[in-house]
Write a protein that binds this ligand. Structure first.
Ligand SMILES: Cc1ncc(COP(=O)(O)O)c(C=O)c1O
Length: 444
Protein backbone atom coordinates (compact mmCIF):
# COMPACT_ATOMS: atom_id res chain seq x y z
CA UNK A 1 0.00 0.00 0.00
CA UNK A 2 1.34 3.41 -0.90
CA UNK A 3 1.25 5.80 2.03
CA UNK A 4 2.03 9.38 1.06
CA UNK A 5 1.87 10.70 4.61
CA UNK A 6 4.69 8.39 5.69
CA UNK A 7 6.22 8.39 2.21
CA UNK A 8 6.40 4.62 2.09
CA UNK A 9 5.68 2.96 -1.26
CA UNK A 10 5.26 -0.47 -2.80
CA UNK A 11 7.24 0.51 -5.89
CA UNK A 12 8.96 3.57 -7.31
CA UNK A 13 5.92 4.14 -9.51
CA UNK A 14 3.96 4.97 -6.35
CA UNK A 15 6.11 8.08 -6.07
CA UNK A 16 4.67 9.53 -9.28
CA UNK A 17 2.90 12.73 -8.42
CA UNK A 18 -0.78 13.48 -8.38
CA UNK A 19 -3.11 15.59 -6.30
CA UNK A 20 -2.63 13.30 -3.29
CA UNK A 21 1.16 13.29 -3.65
CA UNK A 22 2.01 16.59 -5.34
CA UNK A 23 5.44 17.92 -6.15
CA UNK A 24 6.28 20.70 -3.68
CA UNK A 25 5.72 24.39 -4.25
CA UNK A 26 8.08 26.90 -2.65
CA UNK A 27 7.42 30.61 -2.42
CA UNK A 28 10.24 32.70 -3.87
CA UNK A 29 11.07 35.37 -1.36
CA UNK A 30 14.38 36.93 -2.34
CA UNK A 31 14.60 37.50 -6.04
CA UNK A 32 11.00 38.44 -6.69
CA UNK A 33 10.74 42.23 -6.87
CA UNK A 34 6.99 42.31 -6.15
CA UNK A 35 5.26 43.84 -3.14
CA UNK A 36 1.93 42.11 -3.69
CA UNK A 37 2.18 39.28 -6.20
CA UNK A 38 3.18 35.99 -4.62
CA UNK A 39 5.31 33.74 -6.80
CA UNK A 40 5.62 30.00 -6.17
CA UNK A 41 8.02 27.62 -7.89
CA UNK A 42 6.65 24.12 -8.45
CA UNK A 43 9.65 21.82 -8.11
CA UNK A 44 9.28 19.10 -10.68
CA UNK A 45 12.59 17.42 -9.90
CA UNK A 46 10.79 15.90 -6.92
CA UNK A 47 9.23 13.45 -9.37
CA UNK A 48 10.81 10.00 -9.03
CA UNK A 49 13.03 10.18 -12.14
CA UNK A 50 13.88 13.81 -11.69
CA UNK A 51 11.68 15.89 -14.00
CA UNK A 52 8.27 17.08 -15.11
CA UNK A 53 8.40 14.47 -17.90
CA UNK A 54 7.92 11.60 -15.47
CA UNK A 55 4.23 12.44 -15.50
CA UNK A 56 4.15 12.25 -19.30
CA UNK A 57 6.16 9.05 -19.69
CA UNK A 58 3.99 7.26 -17.18
CA UNK A 59 0.74 8.51 -18.66
CA UNK A 60 1.74 7.65 -22.25
CA UNK A 61 2.71 4.11 -21.25
CA UNK A 62 -0.38 3.62 -19.11
CA UNK A 63 -2.74 4.87 -21.82
CA UNK A 64 -0.98 2.77 -24.46
CA UNK A 65 -1.38 -0.31 -22.26
CA UNK A 66 -5.03 0.47 -21.47
CA UNK A 67 -5.87 0.89 -25.15
CA UNK A 68 -4.01 -2.32 -26.11
CA UNK A 69 -1.48 -0.36 -28.21
CA UNK A 70 1.40 -1.97 -26.32
CA UNK A 71 1.69 -5.17 -24.37
CA UNK A 72 4.32 -7.23 -22.58
CA UNK A 73 7.93 -7.22 -23.91
CA UNK A 74 7.09 -4.33 -26.22
CA UNK A 75 9.93 -2.47 -27.91
CA UNK A 76 9.55 1.28 -27.65
CA UNK A 77 11.37 3.98 -29.62
CA UNK A 78 11.32 7.67 -28.73
CA UNK A 79 13.47 10.50 -30.15
CA UNK A 80 14.46 12.20 -26.92
CA UNK A 81 17.73 13.03 -25.27
CA UNK A 82 16.33 14.37 -22.27
CA UNK A 83 13.92 13.97 -19.48
CA UNK A 84 11.27 12.03 -21.40
CA UNK A 85 13.96 9.54 -22.41
CA UNK A 86 15.12 8.90 -18.89
CA UNK A 87 11.59 8.73 -17.51
CA UNK A 88 10.52 6.35 -20.29
CA UNK A 89 13.63 4.26 -19.61
CA UNK A 90 12.70 3.92 -15.97
CA UNK A 91 9.01 3.25 -16.62
CA UNK A 92 10.07 0.72 -19.30
CA UNK A 93 12.40 -1.00 -16.83
CA UNK A 94 9.61 -1.17 -14.27
CA UNK A 95 7.17 -2.59 -16.84
CA UNK A 96 9.50 -4.87 -18.82
CA UNK A 97 9.73 -2.93 -22.09
CA UNK A 98 12.87 -2.30 -24.16
CA UNK A 99 13.59 1.29 -25.17
CA UNK A 100 15.59 2.68 -28.13
CA UNK A 101 16.39 6.41 -28.35
CA UNK A 102 17.94 7.95 -31.46
CA UNK A 103 19.77 11.14 -30.53
CA UNK A 104 22.42 13.62 -31.56
CA UNK A 105 26.04 13.01 -30.64
CA UNK A 106 26.05 16.66 -29.54
CA UNK A 107 23.77 15.86 -26.61
CA UNK A 108 25.90 16.17 -23.45
CA UNK A 109 27.83 13.02 -22.62
CA UNK A 110 26.19 12.92 -19.18
CA UNK A 111 22.80 12.34 -20.73
CA UNK A 112 23.89 9.72 -23.25
CA UNK A 113 25.75 7.87 -20.51
CA UNK A 114 22.88 7.89 -18.05
CA UNK A 115 20.49 6.59 -20.71
CA UNK A 116 22.90 3.76 -21.49
CA UNK A 117 23.34 3.04 -17.78
CA UNK A 118 19.56 2.76 -17.54
CA UNK A 119 19.63 0.06 -20.23
CA UNK A 120 18.51 2.13 -23.21
CA UNK A 121 19.73 1.33 -26.73
CA UNK A 122 21.11 4.77 -27.65
CA UNK A 123 21.47 5.33 -31.41
CA UNK A 124 23.84 8.26 -31.92
CA UNK A 125 23.41 10.52 -34.94
CA UNK A 126 25.80 13.06 -36.45
CA UNK A 127 25.41 16.62 -35.22
CA UNK A 128 24.35 17.84 -38.62
CA UNK A 129 21.37 15.50 -38.60
CA UNK A 130 20.19 16.76 -35.26
CA UNK A 131 20.38 20.50 -35.19
CA UNK A 132 19.22 22.39 -32.16
CA UNK A 133 18.67 21.53 -28.53
CA UNK A 134 15.02 20.65 -28.27
CA UNK A 135 14.69 20.20 -32.02
CA UNK A 136 15.76 16.66 -32.72
CA UNK A 137 14.54 16.55 -36.32
CA UNK A 138 17.14 14.00 -37.37
CA UNK A 139 16.30 11.94 -34.33
CA UNK A 140 12.59 12.15 -35.14
CA UNK A 141 13.24 10.93 -38.68
CA UNK A 142 15.35 8.06 -37.38
CA UNK A 143 12.75 7.14 -34.77
CA UNK A 144 10.05 7.11 -37.46
CA UNK A 145 12.21 4.77 -39.52
CA UNK A 146 12.67 2.40 -36.55
CA UNK A 147 8.98 2.65 -35.65
CA UNK A 148 8.12 1.34 -39.11
CA UNK A 149 9.33 -2.06 -37.97
CA UNK A 150 6.33 -3.99 -36.66
CA UNK A 151 7.86 -4.87 -33.29
CA UNK A 152 8.43 -1.20 -32.41
CA UNK A 153 5.99 1.40 -31.12
CA UNK A 154 6.70 5.12 -30.89
CA UNK A 155 4.70 6.90 -28.21
CA UNK A 156 5.66 10.32 -29.68
CA UNK A 157 5.27 12.98 -27.05
CA UNK A 158 4.88 15.67 -29.76
CA UNK A 159 1.56 14.30 -30.97
CA UNK A 160 0.30 11.93 -28.26
CA UNK A 161 -2.69 13.35 -26.40
CA UNK A 162 -1.60 11.41 -23.30
CA UNK A 163 1.15 14.03 -22.92
CA UNK A 164 -1.10 17.05 -22.18
CA UNK A 165 -3.56 14.68 -20.55
CA UNK A 166 -0.91 13.80 -17.93
CA UNK A 167 -0.91 17.43 -16.88
CA UNK A 168 -4.68 17.70 -17.04
CA UNK A 169 -4.84 14.74 -14.67
CA UNK A 170 -2.05 15.73 -12.28
CA UNK A 171 -0.20 19.07 -12.61
CA UNK A 172 -3.34 21.18 -13.03
CA UNK A 173 -5.24 19.63 -10.11
CA UNK A 174 -2.13 19.85 -7.91
CA UNK A 175 -1.71 23.56 -8.57
CA UNK A 176 -5.39 24.21 -7.97
CA UNK A 177 -5.36 22.25 -4.72
CA UNK A 178 -2.00 23.59 -3.47
CA UNK A 179 -3.12 27.20 -3.92
CA UNK A 180 -6.59 26.47 -2.50
CA UNK A 181 -8.02 27.72 -5.79
CA UNK A 182 -6.31 31.10 -5.41
CA UNK A 183 -3.90 30.76 -8.34
CA UNK A 184 -4.21 33.71 -10.73
CA UNK A 185 -1.24 33.06 -13.07
CA UNK A 186 0.22 29.79 -14.32
CA UNK A 187 3.59 30.00 -16.10
CA UNK A 188 5.39 27.25 -18.01
CA UNK A 189 8.29 27.06 -20.46
CA UNK A 190 7.32 25.65 -23.85
CA UNK A 191 8.78 22.38 -25.11
CA UNK A 192 6.19 19.97 -26.44
CA UNK A 193 3.62 22.28 -24.78
CA UNK A 194 2.09 19.34 -22.92
CA UNK A 195 2.51 21.13 -19.60
CA UNK A 196 0.88 24.40 -20.56
CA UNK A 197 -1.82 22.76 -22.65
CA UNK A 198 -3.02 20.18 -20.10
CA UNK A 199 -2.53 22.20 -16.90
CA UNK A 200 -3.94 25.32 -18.54
CA UNK A 201 -7.06 23.51 -19.68
CA UNK A 202 -7.70 22.14 -16.20
CA UNK A 203 -7.13 25.48 -14.47
CA UNK A 204 -9.32 27.39 -16.95
CA UNK A 205 -12.12 24.90 -16.28
CA UNK A 206 -11.91 25.71 -12.56
CA UNK A 207 -11.60 29.47 -13.11
CA UNK A 208 -11.57 31.00 -16.59
CA UNK A 209 -9.74 34.04 -15.21
CA UNK A 210 -6.54 32.14 -14.42
CA UNK A 211 -3.95 33.62 -16.82
CA UNK A 212 -1.93 31.00 -18.68
CA UNK A 213 1.49 32.27 -19.74
CA UNK A 214 3.99 30.50 -21.99
CA UNK A 215 7.69 31.33 -22.03
CA UNK A 216 10.04 30.46 -24.91
CA UNK A 217 13.66 31.15 -25.90
CA UNK A 218 14.86 32.92 -29.08
CA UNK A 219 16.27 31.20 -32.19
CA UNK A 220 19.76 29.80 -31.64
CA UNK A 221 19.22 29.37 -27.87
CA UNK A 222 21.02 26.88 -25.66
CA UNK A 223 18.32 26.19 -23.06
CA UNK A 224 17.67 22.43 -22.99
CA UNK A 225 14.08 21.21 -23.05
CA UNK A 226 12.42 24.27 -24.57
CA UNK A 227 11.75 25.49 -28.10
CA UNK A 228 11.93 28.75 -30.02
CA UNK A 229 8.81 29.92 -31.88
CA UNK A 230 10.05 28.33 -35.08
CA UNK A 231 10.81 25.05 -33.32
CA UNK A 232 7.38 25.13 -31.66
CA UNK A 233 5.67 24.65 -35.00
CA UNK A 234 6.77 21.01 -34.77
CA UNK A 235 4.59 20.16 -31.79
CA UNK A 236 0.86 19.65 -32.10
CA UNK A 237 0.17 21.09 -28.67
CA UNK A 238 1.38 24.64 -29.30
CA UNK A 239 -1.94 26.54 -29.25
CA UNK A 240 -0.96 30.16 -28.59
CA UNK A 241 -4.50 31.45 -29.12
CA UNK A 242 -5.46 29.70 -25.91
CA UNK A 243 -2.74 31.38 -23.86
CA UNK A 244 -3.13 34.73 -22.15
CA UNK A 245 0.51 35.66 -22.62
CA UNK A 246 3.57 34.55 -24.57
CA UNK A 247 6.95 35.89 -23.45
CA UNK A 248 10.38 35.50 -25.01
CA UNK A 249 13.36 35.27 -22.66
CA UNK A 250 16.90 35.51 -24.04
CA UNK A 251 19.51 32.85 -23.47
CA UNK A 252 21.69 35.02 -21.29
CA UNK A 253 18.86 36.12 -19.02
CA UNK A 254 17.68 32.51 -18.64
CA UNK A 255 21.11 31.39 -17.39
CA UNK A 256 21.55 34.47 -15.24
CA UNK A 257 18.21 33.84 -13.56
CA UNK A 258 19.07 30.15 -13.15
CA UNK A 259 22.23 31.15 -11.30
CA UNK A 260 20.32 33.61 -9.13
CA UNK A 261 17.68 31.01 -8.23
CA UNK A 262 20.44 28.67 -7.07
CA UNK A 263 22.30 31.38 -5.16
CA UNK A 264 19.49 33.49 -3.76
CA UNK A 265 16.65 31.02 -3.30
CA UNK A 266 18.77 27.91 -2.57
CA UNK A 267 16.79 25.98 -5.16
CA UNK A 268 18.80 23.62 -7.38
CA UNK A 269 16.83 24.64 -10.48
CA UNK A 270 17.98 24.05 -14.06
CA UNK A 271 18.32 26.56 -16.95
CA UNK A 272 14.72 26.36 -18.16
CA UNK A 273 13.49 27.21 -14.66
CA UNK A 274 15.52 30.40 -14.95
CA UNK A 275 13.89 31.10 -18.30
CA UNK A 276 10.37 30.46 -16.97
CA UNK A 277 10.87 32.65 -13.90
CA UNK A 278 12.35 35.52 -15.93
CA UNK A 279 9.29 35.31 -18.19
CA UNK A 280 6.94 35.28 -15.21
CA UNK A 281 8.55 38.36 -13.68
CA UNK A 282 8.28 40.20 -16.99
CA UNK A 283 4.69 39.21 -17.72
CA UNK A 284 2.88 39.37 -14.38
CA UNK A 285 1.84 42.69 -12.84
CA UNK A 286 2.39 43.41 -9.15
CA UNK A 287 -1.13 43.56 -7.80
CA UNK A 288 -2.83 42.51 -4.55
CA UNK A 289 -4.33 39.03 -4.79
CA UNK A 290 -2.02 37.77 -7.52
CA UNK A 291 -0.74 34.25 -6.92
CA UNK A 292 1.59 32.94 -9.60
CA UNK A 293 2.80 29.37 -10.00
CA UNK A 294 5.86 28.82 -12.18
CA UNK A 295 6.83 25.31 -13.30
CA UNK A 296 10.49 24.51 -12.54
CA UNK A 297 10.91 21.46 -14.83
CA UNK A 298 14.11 19.91 -13.49
CA UNK A 299 17.27 20.44 -11.48
CA UNK A 300 20.67 21.80 -12.40
CA UNK A 301 22.66 18.60 -11.92
CA UNK A 302 22.57 17.29 -15.48
CA UNK A 303 23.47 20.62 -17.05
CA UNK A 304 27.14 21.14 -16.16
CA UNK A 305 28.14 21.39 -19.82
CA UNK A 306 25.47 23.94 -20.76
CA UNK A 307 26.21 25.96 -17.65
CA UNK A 308 29.94 26.04 -18.48
CA UNK A 309 29.08 27.22 -21.98
CA UNK A 310 26.67 29.91 -20.84
CA UNK A 311 27.74 31.25 -17.46
CA UNK A 312 31.05 33.07 -17.24
CA UNK A 313 33.53 32.67 -14.43
CA UNK A 314 32.89 29.05 -13.47
CA UNK A 315 36.23 27.71 -14.69
CA UNK A 316 37.11 25.57 -17.65
CA UNK A 317 35.22 22.42 -18.54
CA UNK A 318 36.99 19.35 -17.16
CA UNK A 319 39.37 18.10 -19.83
CA UNK A 320 38.57 14.88 -21.62
CA UNK A 321 40.24 13.07 -24.48
CA UNK A 322 43.91 12.95 -25.41
CA UNK A 323 46.16 16.00 -25.12
CA UNK A 324 45.86 16.52 -28.87
CA UNK A 325 42.03 16.37 -28.68
CA UNK A 326 42.07 18.76 -25.75
CA UNK A 327 44.22 21.17 -27.72
CA UNK A 328 41.82 21.00 -30.66
CA UNK A 329 38.82 21.45 -28.33
CA UNK A 330 40.34 24.54 -26.81
CA UNK A 331 41.18 25.95 -30.27
CA UNK A 332 37.54 25.45 -31.25
CA UNK A 333 36.31 27.11 -28.05
CA UNK A 334 38.73 30.02 -28.60
CA UNK A 335 37.35 30.39 -32.11
CA UNK A 336 33.78 30.38 -30.77
CA UNK A 337 34.66 33.21 -28.41
CA UNK A 338 36.62 35.24 -30.97
CA UNK A 339 34.52 38.12 -32.37
CA UNK A 340 36.88 38.36 -35.37
CA UNK A 341 35.96 34.81 -36.39
CA UNK A 342 32.27 34.41 -35.57
CA UNK A 343 29.28 36.56 -36.43
CA UNK A 344 25.71 36.53 -35.27
CA UNK A 345 23.23 35.76 -37.98
CA UNK A 346 22.32 39.41 -38.73
CA UNK A 347 25.95 40.43 -39.09
CA UNK A 348 26.58 37.36 -41.26
CA UNK A 349 23.67 38.33 -43.49
CA UNK A 350 25.20 41.81 -43.98
CA UNK A 351 28.61 40.24 -44.67
CA UNK A 352 26.94 37.96 -47.22
CA UNK A 353 25.19 40.87 -48.95
CA UNK A 354 28.06 43.30 -48.86
CA UNK A 355 31.20 41.22 -49.35
CA UNK A 356 29.64 38.28 -51.19
CA UNK A 357 31.85 35.71 -49.50
CA UNK A 358 32.25 32.19 -50.79
CA UNK A 359 29.90 30.24 -48.48
CA UNK A 360 31.41 26.89 -47.55
CA UNK A 361 28.89 24.52 -46.03
CA UNK A 362 30.79 21.87 -44.05
CA UNK A 363 27.85 19.53 -43.32
CA UNK A 364 27.22 16.17 -44.93
CA UNK A 365 25.54 16.34 -48.38
CA UNK A 366 22.13 15.17 -47.06
CA UNK A 367 21.87 18.01 -44.60
CA UNK A 368 23.13 20.50 -47.20
CA UNK A 369 20.60 19.47 -49.79
CA UNK A 370 17.71 19.80 -47.32
CA UNK A 371 18.37 23.50 -46.73
CA UNK A 372 21.32 25.80 -47.29
CA UNK A 373 22.34 29.37 -47.85
CA UNK A 374 21.85 30.10 -51.57
CA UNK A 375 25.06 29.82 -53.55
CA UNK A 376 26.88 27.87 -50.85
CA UNK A 377 29.21 25.10 -51.90
CA UNK A 378 29.15 21.83 -49.98
CA UNK A 379 32.53 20.75 -48.64
CA UNK A 380 31.95 18.26 -45.78
CA UNK A 381 34.40 18.87 -42.98
CA UNK A 382 36.07 15.46 -43.35
CA UNK A 383 36.74 16.16 -47.02
CA UNK A 384 37.99 19.74 -46.65
CA UNK A 385 41.67 18.77 -46.83
CA UNK A 386 41.24 17.08 -50.23
CA UNK A 387 38.79 19.69 -51.56
CA UNK A 388 41.02 22.59 -50.50
CA UNK A 389 42.50 22.80 -53.99
CA UNK A 390 39.17 24.21 -55.20
CA UNK A 391 39.26 27.12 -52.77
CA UNK A 392 40.09 30.63 -54.03
CA UNK A 393 43.73 31.33 -54.65
CA UNK A 394 43.63 34.77 -53.09
CA UNK A 395 44.17 34.51 -49.36
CA UNK A 396 42.18 37.70 -48.70
CA UNK A 397 39.03 36.30 -50.36
CA UNK A 398 36.02 36.54 -47.98
CA UNK A 399 34.86 33.11 -46.79
CA UNK A 400 31.87 32.09 -44.67
CA UNK A 401 31.99 28.68 -42.99
CA UNK A 402 28.52 27.31 -42.25
CA UNK A 403 26.93 24.24 -40.70
CA UNK A 404 23.61 23.43 -39.08
CA UNK A 405 24.00 25.43 -35.91
CA UNK A 406 27.48 26.86 -35.73
CA UNK A 407 29.56 24.08 -34.19
CA UNK A 408 31.19 22.14 -37.04
CA UNK A 409 31.71 25.40 -38.90
CA UNK A 410 34.18 26.50 -36.19
CA UNK A 411 36.46 23.63 -37.22
CA UNK A 412 35.97 24.82 -40.80
CA UNK A 413 37.16 28.29 -39.80
CA UNK A 414 40.22 26.84 -38.09
CA UNK A 415 41.11 24.77 -41.13
CA UNK A 416 40.66 27.70 -43.52
CA UNK A 417 42.72 29.93 -41.25
CA UNK A 418 45.45 27.29 -41.22
CA UNK A 419 45.58 27.60 -45.02
CA UNK A 420 46.26 31.31 -44.62
CA UNK A 421 42.83 32.77 -45.44
CA UNK A 422 42.51 36.05 -43.60
CA UNK A 423 38.83 36.93 -43.94
CA UNK A 424 36.99 33.86 -42.65
CA UNK A 425 33.86 33.77 -40.46
CA UNK A 426 31.42 31.30 -38.97
CA UNK A 427 27.74 32.02 -38.23
CA UNK A 428 26.57 31.58 -34.66
CA UNK A 429 23.46 29.41 -34.80
CA UNK A 430 24.31 28.29 -38.36
CA UNK A 431 21.82 27.57 -41.11
CA UNK A 432 19.08 27.02 -38.59
CA UNK A 433 19.37 30.54 -37.16
CA UNK A 434 19.60 31.91 -40.73
CA UNK A 435 16.38 30.13 -41.66
CA UNK A 436 14.62 31.13 -38.44
CA UNK A 437 15.55 34.74 -39.05
CA UNK A 438 13.66 34.51 -42.33
CA UNK A 439 16.71 34.98 -44.59
CA UNK A 440 16.66 33.36 -48.03
CA UNK A 441 17.24 29.65 -47.95
CA UNK A 442 17.55 27.10 -50.73
CA UNK A 443 17.23 23.35 -51.09
CA UNK A 444 17.82 20.80 -53.82
C1 LIG B 1 13.75 20.40 -19.17
C2 LIG B 1 12.39 20.66 -19.70
N1 LIG B 1 11.65 19.72 -20.23
C3 LIG B 1 10.43 20.01 -20.75
C4 LIG B 1 9.91 21.26 -20.71
C5 LIG B 1 8.64 21.68 -21.36
O1 LIG B 1 7.61 20.94 -21.07
P1 LIG B 1 6.60 20.60 -22.21
O2 LIG B 1 7.27 19.61 -23.10
O3 LIG B 1 5.46 20.02 -21.46
O4 LIG B 1 6.23 21.87 -22.93
C6 LIG B 1 10.59 22.19 -20.16
C7 LIG B 1 9.99 23.50 -20.09
O5 LIG B 1 10.49 24.43 -19.55
C8 LIG B 1 11.86 21.89 -19.67
O6 LIG B 1 12.59 22.82 -19.18
Amino acid sequence: MNDNSRRVYDSVLGLLSDVDNPTPMVQLSRLVPFKHTKVYAKLEWYNPFGAVKDRVAWNMVRDAEDSGRISSSQKLVEPTSGNTGLALAMVSNAKGYALTTPLSNQIPLEKRTVLRLAGVDVVELEDSLCPAPGAPEGAIAKANEIANQPEFEMLNQYANGSNPEAHYRTTGPEVWHQTAGLVTHFVAGLGTCGTINGSGRFLKEQNPDVAIIGVYPPAGHDVPGVRSLEQLSQTEFFTPDEYDGLTEVGNELAFEMCQRINQEESLTAGPSSGMALAGALAAIPDEPGNVAVVIFPDSIFKYSSSVLNNVAGLGAAPPSGTKREQLLDSMIENTRANPDLVMDVDAAHNFWNEEQPLVIDVREPDAHSQRHIPGSINMPLDELPVLAEFLPEKRDAPLLSVCERGNLSLSGVLFLKSLGYQNVRSITGGTEAWDEQGFTIASN
